[in-house]
Design a protein around this ligand. Structure first.
Ligand code: FMN
Length: 159
């Protein structure tokens, strides 16, 4: 299995989870960066929340991804306004992932709702794929979440 983890992270929590997962799976990492960065002060909620709610797809800085190199693509994002962060939406909309084994993970601030993966399922057309939900891992380093990452890696390996 050759896997890549493609993700966006504003403040490092999704990045932390992605790197743990990459260690478990021996996967490559691709961190997406929008051309115009989102702020990290309090304005992030207004600007990021608005773009996420409106379904904005911000342009991304150039990146290198050849789908032929991978059979498994794992998509990761912070939860913004109960959905994926806009840079990941741009990536999904501009790349063909059909035929790949997919898996999704979301890093949230702790809010609980059941729809957090809905747009990722809808945009990729992939319904029954492994999904992982963790809470601010860089900040919390919660052993339960670390165990969840390992268990998720097992599910990805087995699919
Ligand atoms: C614009 C914005 C919107 C957010 N919306 C939610 C939300 O709806 N529910 C939630 O639990 N956390 C929400 N959060 C918190 C982040 O999802 C959470 O802190 C995440 O782990 C941050 O990942 P990062 O450090 O990789 O950027 C939001 C954060 C931002 C910046």
């Amino acid at each position: 299995m050759k896997a890549i983890i493609i993700y966006y992270s504003l403040e490092g929590n999704t990045d932390y989870t992605a790197k743990l997962l990459a260690d478990e799976l021996g996967a490559d990492l691709l961190r997406l960066e929008p051309v115009t960065s989102y702020p990290t002060d309090n304005k992030k909620f207004l600007m990021g929340g608005k773009d996420a709610t409106l379904g904005i797809e911000p342009p991304l800085k150039e990146y290198s991804f050849n789908p032929d190199d991978y059979d498994t693509v794992i998509l990761g994002t912070p939860l913004w306004a109960w959905t994926m962060a806009p840079p990941l939406k741009t990536f999904i909309s501009t790349n063909i992932l059909k035929g790949k084994k997919l898996a999704f993970f979301v890093s949230s601030g702790g809010g609980s709702d059941k729809k957090r993966f809905a747009k990722m399922h809808k945009l990729t057309g992939a319904e029954n794929v492994p999904c992982l939900s963790v809470v601010d891992m860089l900040k919390n380093k919660n052993p339960d979440d670390i165990a969840k990452v390992k268990e998720f890696a097992e599910r990805v390996r087995g699919c």
